[in-house]
Design a binder for this molecule. Structure first.
Ligand code: AFP
Length: 332
């Protein structure tokens, strides 16, 4: 029944894939499900095992690595390597791509193995984000350059949300499907139908208002404009959760660039990472009838120059993103 597509059947529905690509995509989806299941179990017992704190390491982004960041890195690196389908694996937690299977795999993968990890200490929601790219013909030997060249050819993106339930959300670009982990069976089972932003666009706005005084004028103008419209402010501080809520309920998520104050802090280029946060969410948003922009242009039109590139991100219901573009372009 089309309403209940199993995880294993998803890639079969994609006409644009060759038979080996369909098989490779199926294996990668299984690897994400296996890693997601393992992480859900580990996260649930994290506080009892004293695993919810910092590891003492600072990552390539200059951020404090949580113990679970490293655990998630190891779990998904292993499950992905076992597929034999991954050529280069880019991760938020590693400065350079890992070459898997001697570089013979069919796809490049970019991942944020554990997003929103500052929520771990309070047992709040966290997620894992993935994007799978098709290598370009005649790619360069340098793994980072090879991955960057493949970015205009995404195959599918997915995230795992670890919250009250554990969900796997996947899009090959045409539609968005959800799967929920059945803890008793240890399997991700399909939820009926496809997911789309509600037709009326919704009323939820998710942003870190604490940064607003350091935003550009256009972004501040958008925030001011909200005082004239009915909206609900909701912000968890974990992209996967904030995005997922807005996808189901209708809303917009913003993380614009913010300027340093007093010579320190700030994310002038935005905080989120293009390859493994913004692009995967942009693919899912578009497939669900929404849009994602970097403040002026679609995220999917941004040409990456670095595998860990940051980008401002505004993503959600199409009508709300269009409102944002109009208002922020003519600040008042
Ligand atoms: P952490 O993984 O360091 O918690 O960052 C999470 C994140 O990248 C994204 O998931 C959140 O939406 C955003 O940062 C929250 O950032 P602020 O805490 O600066 O609002």
């Amino acid at each position: 029944m089309d309403d209940m597509v199993q995880l294993d059947e998803l890639s079969e529905k994609e006409a644009g894939l060759s038979a080996p690509e369909r098989e490779g995509a199926r294996k990668i989806l299984r690897a994400l499900a296996a890693g997601g299941r393992e992480m859900a179990g580990l996260l649930a017992s994290g506080p009892l095992k004293g695993l919810t704190g910092a590891s003492g390491v600072v990552n390539v982004q200059g951020e404090e690595v949580q113990t679970f960041d490293e655990i998630a890195q190891e779990v998904f690196t292993r499950t992905l390597r076992e597929t034999g389908a991954v050529r280069c694996l880019v991760s938020e937690e590693r400065e350079t791509p890992e070459i898997q299977n001697g570089g013979s795999g069919l796809f490049h993968v970019a991942m944020d193995p554990l997003d929103g990890s500052s929520n771990l200490a309070i047992s709040g929601p966290v997620g894992s984000i993935f994007c799978v790219f098709r290598p370009s013909a005649g790619e360069p030997a340098d793994p980072s350059a090879a991955v960057l060249l493949s970015v205009p050819s995404p195959v599918f993106s997915a995230y795992v949300l670890y919250s009250v339930s554990t969900l796997l959300v996947v899009s090959f670009g045409r539609e968005v499907r959800q799967f929920a982990l059945d803890p008793a069976r240890g399997e991700f089972l399909p939820l009926p139908g496809t997911v789309r932003f509600p037709g009326d666009g919704g009323q939820i706005v998710s942003l870190n208002a604490g940064n607003a005084s350091r935003w550009r004028e256009g972004d501040q103008s958008y925030l001011r404009s909200l005082s004239g419209v009915p909206y609900s402010a909701r912000y968890v501080g974990a992209l996967v959760m904030d995005f997922h809520r807005n996808l189901l309920k209708g809303g917009i998520y913003l993380y614009p660039g913010d300027m340093p104050k007093g010579g320190s802090g700030g994310h002038p280029e935005g905080k989120l990472r293009l390859l493994y946060e913004a692009i995967p969410m942009a693919i899912i948003a578009r497939a669900a009838g929404g849009e994602a922009v970097d403040g002026t242009r679609p995220i999917l039109d941004v040409s990456p120059v670095h595998i860990h590139q940051r980008v401002p991100l505004v993503v959600g219901s199409r009508s709300l993103v269009e409102d944002y573009l109009r208002i922020s372009a003519s600040p008042s």
